[in-house]
Design a protein around this ligand. Structure first.
Ligand SMILES: [Zn+2]
Length: 234
């Protein structure tokens, strides 16, 4: 076996282990979420409707750069196009993970009108590649969720371009996408971002501003004011 093929096999094994790990944490409930690795022009991705708790290499679909299945059983998920857009926008990425967690669902809804979730001042930001200090503001962009995936893919591409340094992106009240140069890096980004979403969510939840914001749903006040208010009160 040539080294590239061995490397791909290892990455696919790591991807399946990561999907099972996410399932065990309750991050991909009810067959949700999807996972992929890229090797050159080839993309290996979870098919639609599959329980991620038992995912094996044999379950993965091979697709081309346009998201069409070229090998494997089952059908590509509706979100496959978002993977191909990420791979085009982030040439260095070779793995993508997508999960539906309680905290990313809550925070992407809470900050939807602002357009991003701000994460700042936390040590675990250093879990994101290229970030060497807690004095970093990570803006995780949010795109409004839609079932029109052609339209969503266009918005997704534009958002990735506008947020060239972002380590992940959210679909509102839906879930997080993050990526890396390897499955290990994508998984580290996922674990760091989900930890930070929970910390930020619990911090907001502990203050009266959270309840007020929920009642207002999508208020008209500006984000800086809203964040400043939250931070003063909590
Ligand atoms: Zn999803």
């Amino acid at each position: 076996m040539v080294p590239d093929a061995i490397e791909l096999e290892n990455e696919i094994d790591a991807l399946c282990a990561t999907a099972q790990w996410c399932y065990a944490r309750g991050w991909v409930p009810a067959t949700s979420g999807n996972f992929s690795v890229r090797s050159g022009e080839r993309i290996f991705i979870t098919p639609t409707g599959l329980d991620k708790g038992t995912l094996t290499a044999a379950d993965l679909l091979e697709i081309d750069g346009e998201g069409r299945a070229v090998r494997g059983r089952g059908h590509p998920s509706a979100e496959t196009g978002l993977h191909t857009v990420i791979y085009r926008a982030r040439p260095e990425a070779s793995a993508i993970v997508h999960v539906h967690t309680v905290w990313n669902t809550l925070l992407s809804g809470r900050f939807e009108s602002a357009g991003f979730v701000p994460l700042e001042g936390y040590e675990l930001l250093k879990g994101l590649s290229g970030v060497n200090t807690h004095e970093h503001l990570e803006k995780v962009p949010i795109i409004k969720n839609s079932q029109n995936y052609a339209e969503l893919s266009d918005q997704w591409g534009a958002t990735l371009e506008e947020n060239a340094t972002a380590h992940g992106a959210l679909l509102s009240r839906h879930g997080l996408y993050t990526w890396g140069q390897s499955v290990a890096e994508a998984r580290r980004h996922l674990e760091a971002l989900e930890f930070l979403f929970e910390v930020e969510g619990r911090r907001l939840l502990s203050g009266p501003a959270w309840q007020k914001q929920l009642r207002r749903h999508h208020g008209s006040s500006s984000l800086p004011r809203r964040i400043a208010d939250d931070r003063q009160r909590s």
